[in-house]
Design a protein around this ligand. Structure first.
Ligand code: NAP
Length: 289
């Protein structure tokens, strides 16, 4: 029986591959071998020493690495899976990348009769750990219909948005919506404290009304106690916003607020916050007090 393959056992990939292992035989690859060993201490499966070796064993490979260049490396690099994957196989990429990369990978894979679908996720570390991610997909319908059965191990909802790259375009919308919202929440919390209100009471009231959001409900308390270790790193957010800003430029669109918040995240990187999570916009405001 063909194994399901997973590449990239980071904050997201580690638990996602873990969910898969509960109902599928698995092979995993991680660049830093010690993480694969850590994974094998918790879950059942086997680890291989290159993407190429994984391609030999699997007809479905799921990827969750860093950025465009990393996806290119594990798929079409010197030891990439395309060296060994059989025709008729499926590659599902959960990495958040540009839509240009998705189209490039899809065309390359098609030359070997392999389907590539872009399938970025939303829901963060908690969503990956609880198996409740939302997945936005671009690519071939038949491949999606196969992959969706496997992806249901770690997702609560997925949708095929259109041709290759459409999943990534949808993820850009997701990040555009989050950026401005988080800055608004940071400003609101900061304002409430500075004018002498009890932030908890403020949130208790306004989260019952039109200002309510997932970020408000799930982040106000940790933001208020200056905790920024929820998994979605500022470095990744800057990568995502950069992708959205680039795509907007290509389409002569303006993303004024997104560009501004991207600069704020740059300030956070300058403060040493590369791995702090995205709600750390509040710490930047406090610094500027
Ligand atoms: P992460 O913790 O930094 O993990 C990245 C993983 O990719 C690591 O296993 C890393 O291997 C591997 N990797 C990176 N470059 C590689 C390369 N060139 N070749 C082989 N392996 C490589 O990142 P993450 O938080 O899991 O995020 C992964 C992706 O999901 C990103 O695109 C991110 O934007 C997206 N995402 C993240 C979240 C979140 O909340 N964290 C939410 C939604 C989407 P090593 O162990 O060797 O470093």
């Amino acid at each position: 029986m063909s194994l399901k393959g997973f590449i990239g056992l980071g904050v997201m990939g580690f638990p996602m591959a873990g969910h898969l292992s509960k109902s599928h035989s698995m092979a995993v690859y991680n660049r830093t071998q010690s993480k694969a060993e850590e994974w094998l201490e918790v879950y059942e499966g086997k680890s291989v020493s290159s993407p190429e070796d994984l391609g030999r064993l699997c007809s479905e490979v799921y990827i969750c690495v860093g950025a465009d260049k990393d996806v290119r490396e594990v798929i079409s690099g010197e030891k990439g899976i395309l060296n060994t994957m059989a025709s008729g196989s499926i590659i599902v990429d959960h990495t958040t990348t540009s839509s240009t990369l998705s189209k490039e990978m899809s065309e390359l894979c098609l030359q070997k009769e392999i389907a590539y679908i872009d399938a970025p996720v939303s829901g963060g570390q908690a969503g990956a750990e609880n198996g409740t991610l939302t997945i936005m997909v671009g690519g071939n319908k038949k491949a999606y219909e196969t992959a969706v059965l496997t992806m249901s191990c770690y997702s609560k909802f997925s949708n095929l948005m259109g041709p290759s790259g459409s999943g990534q375009l949808t993820k850009m919308v997701n990040q555009i919506c989050i950026a401005g919202l988080l800055q608004g929440l940071a400003e609101g919390i900061n304002f409430s404290k500075e004018v002498g209100l009890e932030t908890k009471e403020v949130i208790d009231v306004i989260s019952q009304g039109a200002a309510q959001s997932w970020q408000m409900v799930n982040r106000w308390e940790t933001m208020s106690s200056d905790q920024y270790d929820h998994g979605f790193a500022v470095d990744h957010m800057r990568k995502d916003l950069g992708i959205a800003i680039e795509e907007a430029k290509k389409n002569s669109l303006s993303l004024e607020v997104t560009e501004l918040v991207d600069k704020f995240y740059q300030d956070i990187q300058d403060m040493g916050g590369n791995r702090w999570d995205t709600s750390s916009l509040l710490r930047r405001l406090k610094k500027n007090d």
